[in-house]
Design a protein around this ligand. Structure first.
Ligand SMILES: NC(=O)c1ccc[n+]([C@@H]2O[C@H](COP(=O)([O-])OP(=O)(O)OC[C@H]3O[C@@H](n4cnc5c(N)ncnc54)[C@H](O)[C@@H]3O)[C@@H](O)[C@H]2O)c1
Length: 250
C-alpha cells in the first residue's frame, strides 16, 4: 500500500474476535487504528497489544449504532489524525431466538447492531474519503447473508442480507471517488460470538460437516481484510467475499 504509514483505519467492535485480529493486522502495516468497542476492558486489551508492538491507536468506547457517538468518534479521529481512510464495519450482535419468539425490541437490537451501525459509520466517513479521493470500506455480512445463519436467528440473517444490499448500493455511489466498498461473508469463525452461543459439542459437529473440517480463525479473516484495504484490491468493489471452509458454494 502506498503511503501506508499515513493511513488511518476505524475498526468497529475491535475489542475481541475478528475486530481485534483486524486491528492488529492493519497495525502491522503501520496503519493507525481507531479502536471502537462497547466494552472498555476488551478495547483496552486491543490497545495494549497494538502499543506493545509499536503501533499507533486510539480508544473510543461506545455504541457504533448510536448516531451521536459515531459522529463524535469520526470527527474527533479526523481532527486527531487528519483522516479516516479505511472503515471496517465489524461490530455485530447475534441472538439465536426462533422467529416466533423474537420480541420486537430484540429484532430492533439485532438490526441496529449489525445494519444501522454499518450505515451510520459509512455515512459519516464518506465525505473525508471523497475529499482524499481514496477509501476502503469493508462490511461484515456472513454466510447468513447468502443462505441462513448457522447459529443466529431470522433477525441476524435479515440484517446480514441487508448489509449485502447496502454494500452494493454504496459501492455504486462512491466508485467515482476512488472508494471501494466490499462485504465479507465468513462462515463459522472461532470467536466468543460462536463460543458464547453454542456448546463445544455443537461446534465440533458443525466443524465436521464443513468440507474443510474446522472453524476458521480470526487471523485468516484479517488477511482478507488487509488485502481488500490495500491498493492491490483497487478494482474490487460491490463484491462479497466468502471465507467459510467451503460451507457454502454458490
Ligand atoms: N464468528 C462468526 O462465526 C461470524 C460469522 C460470520 C459473520 N460474523 C460477523 O463478524 C463480525 C465480528 O464477529 P465476532 O465473531 O468477532 O464477534 P464477537 O462477538 O466475538 O466480537 C464483537 C465485538 O463487537 C463489540 N460490539 C458489539 N456491538 C457493538 C456496537 N454496537 N458498538 C461497538 N462495539 C460493539 C462487542 O463488544 C465485541 O467486542 C460480526 O459482525 C459478526 O456478526 C461472525
Amino acid at each position: 500500500m502506498s503511503n501506508a504509514n499515513k493511513k488511518v483505519a476505524l475498526v468497529t467492535g475491535s475489542g475481541r474476535g475478528m475486530g481485534r485480529a483486524i486491528a492488529l493486522r492493519l497495525s502491522q502495516e503501520h496503519i493507525t487504528v481507531v479502536i471502537n468497542d462497547l466494552n472498555r476492558d476488551l478495547a483496552e486489551s486491543t490497545q495494549e497489544l497494538i502499543r506493545h508492538s509499536g503501533g499507533i491507536c486510539s480508544l473510543n468506547i461506545g455504541d457504533a449504532s448510536d448516531e451521536d457517538f459515531v459522529n463524535d468518534m469520526v470527527e474527533h479521529s479526523i481532527s486527531e489524525y487528519g483522516s479516516i481512510d479505511i472503515l471496517v464495519n465489524n461490530a455485530g450482535v447475534l441472538r439465536p431466538t426462533p422467529l416466533v419468539d423474537i420480541p420486537l425490541a430484540e429484532w430492533e437490537f439485532v438490526i441496529k447492531g449489525n445494519l444501522t451501525s454499518t450505515f451510520l459509520c459509512t455515512k459519516k466517513v464518506i465525505p473525508c474519503m471523497q475529499k482524499n479521493g481514496w477509501g476502503r470500506i469493508i462490511n461484515f455480512s456472513s454466510t447468513a447473508g447468502k443462505n441462513i445463519s448457522t447459529v443466529g436467528g431470522a433477525h441476524y440473517t435479515a440484517a446480514k442480507a441487508a448489509i449485502l444490499g447496502l454494500t452494493r448500493h454504496t459501492a455504486k455511489e462512491v466508485a467515482e471517488f476512488g472508494i471501494t466498498v466490499n462485504a465479507l461473508c465468513p462462515g463459522l469463525i472461532n470467536t466468543e460470538m460462536v463460543r458464547d452461543t453454542i456448546s463445544d459439542e455443537s461446534v465440533e459437529k458443525y466443524a465436521d460437516s464443513f468440507p474443510i473440517k474446522r472453524l476458521g480463525n480470526p487471523e485468516e479473516v484479517s488477511e482478507l481484510v488487509m488485502f481488500l484495504a490495500s491498493d492491490k484490491a483497487a478494482y474490487i468493489t460491490g463484491a462479497s467475499m466468502d471465507i467459510n471452509g467451503g460451507d457454502l458454494m454458490i
